[in-house]
Design a binder for this molecule. Structure first.
Ligand code: AMO
Length: 446
């Protein structure tokens, strides 16, 4: 009999069904046994009237029933089973108002009885046993939300004629900075893992692609143990031609996010509320925009002195600014714009008439940076000058500078960390929870 997944049982009439999944709990009572079976879509109660203590001369049928009772009584949590039985709708059953009366039960793959992660296990322990941790329905939901979010972004771009690119992750030079760079042997030479698709998504502009996006891994040799840094993360990037300023990038960015949030709220809003106690809403357009200098003033007026000396917001400053935006604009997002030249990479375009600020922004969501975007400097002589100023030898970047020597449209784009968005969307404490398999300074397994 073909397998029915649990979420599709409800509309079926009472009658024979086959379900398969893992054993979540067994309640072995004297007269009746209950098993909660979970699969990738939900959980269902199995019921079996217990047959025990057979008299001599029991029928074959009675013996089979006693064997089934024994098998069910011995089921370990996590064991994979396939069950054929009778579906019965019954409003008294708390779990979904239905149950399956077991006919046959096949133990497909046995689990070791002692689970290595108890319910209250630490995050680190759960990550050691991530495949078991991911069996939690909240984790399952989280990655369904991720799928919907990514799919909606991708669809939004595809519908608008963007080209999807796959830039190489093995590089001959740094893509962001020499800090946080993974270096590796590469035959007779050295290679570096891409910190961002930055240079090669920009290459699509002189290549005449117009508008591109990429969803792919990025690597940073960042030794920190914060809740928002990983050494490998999924970066969502877009880059578009013929912009007038970073404002065009922000407009595309916020519209794409609204499309993605709309899809997530429609498909998972109720489930997110039930599992994470977060009432997710679609952000309104436009997102507030606040220049960095003003943002710093807002934070200072709130009584917090940012300890950083470089003029950037620190995490506490970001939280306070977001709280202010929420209170004054009722918005969970804010574009902080006009970053000072000193704290932006050489490829950011500087403001015409004021070289001290860049045409750039950070996007904060619920108190944390999720994205950086900018208009890029496309005039090669200016670009060379800005690289030198940042202590980068132009010779090292010849391949990149060539992109700007044969005609290139004005352009800009952004990079956004997928796991950060999910962490902030679902109110979780760390990107370790929202990354399928987290990679950090002390974690390469599993
Ligand atoms: P930036 O370095 O700010 O910008 O990175 C963009 C976004 O990527 C995410 N991110 C990270 N997520 C997890 N762990 C990390 N170690 C990590 N580092 C970054 C963040 C961040 O906002 N090339 C530019 C983007 C651009 O201008 O297009 C860049 O990489 O969410």
């Amino acid at each position: 009999m073909t397998r029915t997944v649990v979420c599709q049982l409800s509309p079926l009439p009472d009658g024979p069904v086959t379900v398969a999944g893992w054993v979540e709990t067994v309640r072995d009572q004297k007269k009746v046994q209950f098993v909660i079976l979970r699969d990738e879509t939900g959980a269902v109660q199995l019921v079996n009237p217990a047959t025990r203590d057979l008299e001599d001369g029991a029928t074959a049928e009675q013996q089979a029933a006693a064997e089934l009772t024994e098998t069910i009584g011995a089921l370990a949590h996590g064991t994979m089973v396939r069950v054929t039985g009778e579906l019965k709708h019954d409003g008294r059953v708390k779990l979904g108002g239905l149950e399956v009366k077991v006919g046959t039960l096949e133990v497909v793959s046995e689990a070791i009885a002692e689970t290595p992660i108890a319910e209250d296990s630490s995050l680190d322990k759960r990550l050691d046993w991530r495949f078991l941790d991911l069996r939690r329905p909240e984790a399952n939901l989280l990655f369904r939300v991720q799928t919907t979010f990514e799919h909606a972004l991708r669809s939004w771009w595809v519908e608008r004629d963007y080209i999807e690119v796959h830039t190489p992750k093995l590089m001959a030079s740094a893509s962001e900075s020499h800090a946080e760079l993974f270096e590796m042997e590469y035959f007779e030479t050295k290679a570096y893992l891409a910190q961002s698709p930055q240079f090669f998504k920009q290459m699509a502009q002189p290549a005449g692609f117009g508008k591109v996006f990429e969803i792919a891994p990025a690597f940073r040799a960042d030794p920190s143990f914060t809740s928002r840094h990983a050494t490998e993360f999924t970066s969502i990037d877009a880059e578009i031609s013929w912009i007038d300023s970073h404002e065009d990038v922000m407009q595309m960015h916020e519209e794409a996010l609204v499309a993605a949030f709309t899809a997530v709220v429609e498909k998972h809003g109720a489930a997110i509320e039930a599992a994470f106690e977060v009432s997710l809403s679609v952000p309104s357009l436009p997102f507030p925009r606040i220049p960095l200098a003003e943002a710093r003033q807002i934070v200072a007026d709130g009584g917090y002195a940012i300890p950083r000396t470089d003029g950037d917001l620190d995490p506490e400053g970001e939280r306070r600014l977001s709280a202010w935006v929420k209170a004054n604009h009722g918005h969970d997002f804010v574009f902080v714009t006009d970053y000072a030249t000193g704290i932006r990479p050489f490829y950011h375009m500087r403001r015409e008439g004021d070289g001290s600020i860049t045409n750039s922004y950070d996007l904060l969501y619920n108190g944390t940076e999720i994205s950086t975007g900018a208009q890029r400097e496309h005039r090669v002589d200016v670009l060379v000058e800005q690289a030198r100023e940042k202590g980068i030898e132009p010779e090292e970047l010849e391949f990149y500078l060539d992109f700007f020597r044969y005609g290139v449209p004005p352009h800009g784009g952004f990079g956004m960390g997928l796991a950060r968005v999910l962490m902030l969307m679902l109110g979780l404490g760390s990107i370790r929870e929202t990354t399928y398999l987290f990679r950090g300074p002390t974690r390469l397994l599993p």
